[in-house]
Design a protein around this ligand. Structure first.
Ligand code: GDP
Ligand code: IMO
Ligand code: MG
Length: 421
């Protein structure tokens, strides 16, 4: 068997949570492989909305297994709150959730370091979600981090205190006021809670599952344009969000990757700082934000909105070898007379279809205009009734990218998932 991978193709919030949940029926295991509680994955079914941060989006299917891979950074406090919210719906997820011993812990001082670092950057701040992601991955790479498996070590508390004290020395350089006491008590209680879960050698487990014929879907977090290597550095997150991240974040060999499913919004959004070539600062941008309810699932911040950027999309399709695409929020584009999609950039007087190295350089998008559609499509459930111009929009994108769009999503609900192919 192979692992299929579902990845965000833009700047995050493409609808990964909704689609992973909708596709879970076709799989036995859902596995997260990178990121942490900077992610906010929204699912909606039976008129109920849920937002997940750390737990894979397959969790609402009680007969399926879920794995938190080694590539994640976990905040025990946020994890505990997530589990307790699910308990409120009568769910006990201890039986079907596995956590890799090699995933890393986010400490309260990681959050403080994140906040202090952002505050010191002024207008150059990344716009981080302030969940401690960057500092936790920094410790991982500098070989100083604490891992989930360390919780089982009798020396865990002293290891924690040593790392905390190291962080406090760093924070003292920032002149950043804080009170750690309450956060620390809460964190240590959450560690005890976390201890009641199944810690596993995730890399062995996932390969055993593959050998025994289980169908596995790897769920990406963030988006490819936020990848630490290929995104608009330094305005990125601190993990590899492209397909390769699924190999290192789960312990799966490259040859074991099957379908690579790229998910994108019918337009673009970005939350936080950094370049966004097709961003709209006018009433069209406001309209997209309003109709698309574009406010962050994790931080509640308004998302920046703009037209679909096919230059960026072709780049991220290339980076991950995407084999099929899912387009979400097509319903939000209903009512526009004309739609625009960026098919090239003009940079310093030259036209290019490549993402530039210097993402700070002024980029002028070159647009192609396509006719819009008027119909409300949010109640549609099959492809026969899609508006002609929506089909035209889909065909144009498929032709530009050379990859088929297999699913169109037309509302937040699990069932509003139209299979095209
Ligand atoms: P994720 O981080 O990729 O899982 O995406 P988020 O959950 O952060 O943001 C996507 C938002 O769009 C959520 O509020 C979803 O409920 C919503 N959504 C997903 N698909 C659709 C769709 O096809 N149409 C509309 N209108 N909303 C959608
Ligand atoms: P999901 O999985 C959208 C953005 C932040 C910031 C940058 C770095 O829900 O799609 P970080 O907290 O990682 O240090 O922030 O990345 N960002 C996201 N934007 N969706 C996400 O996740 C994001 N996770 C991080 O806004 O610009
Ligand atoms: Mg999100």
């Amino acid at each position: 068997m192979k692992v299929d991978v579902l990845l965000g193709m833009q700047w995050g919030d493409e609808g990964k949570g909704k689609l992973v949940d909708a596709l879970t029926r076709e799989y036995d295991v859902i596995a997260r492989f990178q990121g942490g509680p900077n992610a906010g994955h929204t699912l909606e079914f039976n008129h109920q909305k849920h937002v997940l941060h750390t737990i894979p989006s397959g969790i609402f299917h009680s007969d399926k297994l879920n794995l938190i891979g080694n590539g994640l950074v976990i905040d025990p406090v946020i994890f505990k709150a997530e589990v307790e919210r699910l308990s409120g719906f009568g769910m006990d997820i201890r039986k079907n959730l596995f956590i890799s011993k090699k995933s890393h812990l986010i400490l309260p001082t990681h959050r403080l370091l994140d906040a202090a670092s952002e505050a010191s950057k002024g207008t150059l701040k990344i716009g981080s979600t302030l969940k401690g992601i960057g500092p936790a991955y920094t410790d991982k790479v500098s070989r100083e981090g604490l891992r989930i498996g360390d919780i089982l070590d009798s020396e865990f508390l002293s290891k924690y205190q040593a790392l905390r004290d190291q962080h406090l020395r760093k924070i003292s350089q920032f002149n950043f006021p804080f009170d750690l006491k309450k956060a620390e008590v809460e964190w240590l209680a959450a560690i005890e809670f976390l201890r009641t879960f199944q810690f596993v050698n995730g890399e062995y487990l996932i390969n055993e599952w593959l050998e025994s014929g289980r169908r596995i879907l790897a769920e990406g977090a963030q988006g490819s344009m936020l990848d630490v290597d290929f995104g608009s550095y330094p305005f990125v997150t601190s993990s590899n969000t492209v397909c390769a991240g699924a190999c290192t974040g789960l312990g799966v060999a490259p040859g074991r990757i099957g379908n690579v499913i790229g998910i994108f919004k019918a337009y673009c959004t970005r939350v936080g700082s950094g370049p966004f070539p097709t961003e709209l600062f006018d009433e069209t941008g406001d309209l997209l934000r309003k109709s698309g309810a574009e406010f962050g699932s994790t931080t509640g911040r308004p998302r920046r909105c703009g037209w679909l950027d096919l230059v960026a999309l072709r780049y991220t399709v290339m980076l991950s070898g995407v084999t099929s695409l899912i387009m979400t929020k097509a319903d939000v584009l209903s009512g526009f007379e004309t739609l625009r999609v960026a098919t090239a950039y003009k940079i310093g007087g030259k036209i290019t279809t490549e993402m530039p190295f210097d993402t700070e350089a002024p980029v002028e998008p070159i647009y192609t205009e396509l006719p819009g559609w008027k119909e409300d499509i949010s109640k549609l459930r099959n492809k026969e009734n899609l508006p002609v111009n929506l089909n035209g929009y889909i065909l144009f994108i498929e032709k530009y990218l050379g990859v088929p769009i297999s699913i169109v999503s037309v509302s937040p609900d699990r069932e509003a998932t139209i299979h095209l192919k």
